[in-house]
Design a protein around this ligand. Structure first.
Ligand code: AMP
Ligand code: MG
Length: 340
């Protein structure tokens, strides 16, 4: 076993034993922390859904230790899958392929496809190698809430319901994997840690983003990745003014100030102001931490703008839109949240 940062010797073996015994293990990946179960143990997989409060129709990603395992889980592995696995694995890219007989329907929510990924984190790779099989894992948070990027986030959110938490420090990418459907013409189902440009370059053609039709999940909650605070998205040039307007009306406001606008904020009392990092990679790494920070400070509303959809901006924009999703409906005081 190689030396692993932040993990005591023996912890990975204990985690693998926990998985073998049908238990749930939270583990670090480069994207976010996962809540893992033996993908072939239906009772354990069902417990993942129960602990998260996730609808059973919302499929899980199966994590593998290497691309050599693809054919164990998929009935056909198209050239495109080999190509992107070669280029991006281990890394933040998930491929959707036709599911093989080994994949329980509990994992796929009844679909005949399966989502597969090899994560790029020494602790998850050590766990997957020690365990040997596939680990079905969604993010280690309650359904709809902000994904965890530290072991403390996992403990805060799921506490005693997880049998074992492997602590591997903070996640370097900070947003979930890019999901690409390779069962037909390739399409991005969820933007994430691998950029669309890089994916298109690897595949040698353009790849459309098909977020809405990714999976039809009956009764799916319209928001995801959401803090307790209502998230309001406005044009970059309106962020500070809108925050000031809400603050003047008595709201506790969290502000994600876009790059280039920070100078004018003036650090207004009663607002929690965070200047967004200019680099998309740095912003992605800290996005969920910022949203959690606003909740911790009791902000009722977060004002932000959607970054340009290039590089990691596409994934950040997707998460912010989903975070804003459920709270954009009309309701108590909603007139306040429209631009002044
Ligand atoms: P997470 O919430 O991070 O676990 O994300 C899992 C994502 O993978 C969800 O958005 C699922 O819709 C998607 N996913 C998992 N399995 C499949 C599949 N077979 N086909 C399409 N999308 C999938
Ligand atoms: Mg999730």
């Amino acid at each position: 076993m190689p030396n692993l940062p932040d993990v005591e010797p023996g912890h990975v073996e204990h985690a693998a034993d926990t998985l073998r015994g049908g238990g749930l293990v939270a583990f670090p990946t480069e994207t976010v922390y996962g809540l893992g179960a033996d993908a072939e143990n239906v009772a354990a997989v069902e417990r993942v859904f129960a602990v998260k409060g996730r609808p059973p129709t919302h499929p899980l990603i199966v994590h593998l230790s290497g691309a050599h395992q693809l054919s164990d889980w998929a009935v056909e592995v198209p050239d495109a899958a080999h190509r992107v696995a070669e280029r991006f694995w281990p890394g933040p890219l998930t491929v959707v392929l036709r599911a093989g007989p080994r994949v329980p329907r509990a994992v796929t929510g009844g679909l005949d496809t399966v989502a597969l990924r090899v994560p790029d984190h020494p602790v998850s790779l050590a766990l997957l190698a020690a365990f040997g099989g596939g680990v079905a894992a969604p993010s280690a948070n309650r359904f709809g809430a902000v994904s965890p990027t530290t072991a403390d986030h996992v403990r805060d959110g799921l506490g005693a319901e997880v049998d074992y938490v492997l602590d591997g420090g903070s996640c370097a990418v900070g947003v979930e994997s890019t999901i690409v459907d390779l069962t037909g013409e390739p399409a991005i189902l969820r933007p994430g840690g691998v950029t669309r440009d890089d994916l298109e370059h690897a595949l040698g053609h353009s790849v459309p983003v098909r977020v809405e039709s990714a999976v039809r999940v009956p009764g799916q909650h319209p928001s995801h990745y959401a803090p307790r605070a209502r998230v309001v998205l406005v044009e970059p040039g309106h962020v500070l003014g809108h925050a000031e307007f809400l603050h003047a009306h008595g709201c506790r406001v969290g502000v994600l100030v876009p790059p280039g606008f920070a100078g004018g904020s003036g650090g207004c009392a009663g607002q929690r102001v965070i200047a967004v990092p200019e680099s998309g990679a740095r912003y992605a790494r800290r996005l969920y931490e910022f949203l959690r920070d606003f909740d911790r400070h009791g902000c009722e509303v977060v004002v932000a703008s959607v970054p340009a959809p290039d590089g990691l901006g596409l994934a950040i924009a997707d998460r912010l839109r989903r975070a804003a999703g459920s709270r954009s409906r009309a309701g108590h005081g909603s007139e306040l949240f429209n631009s002044p």
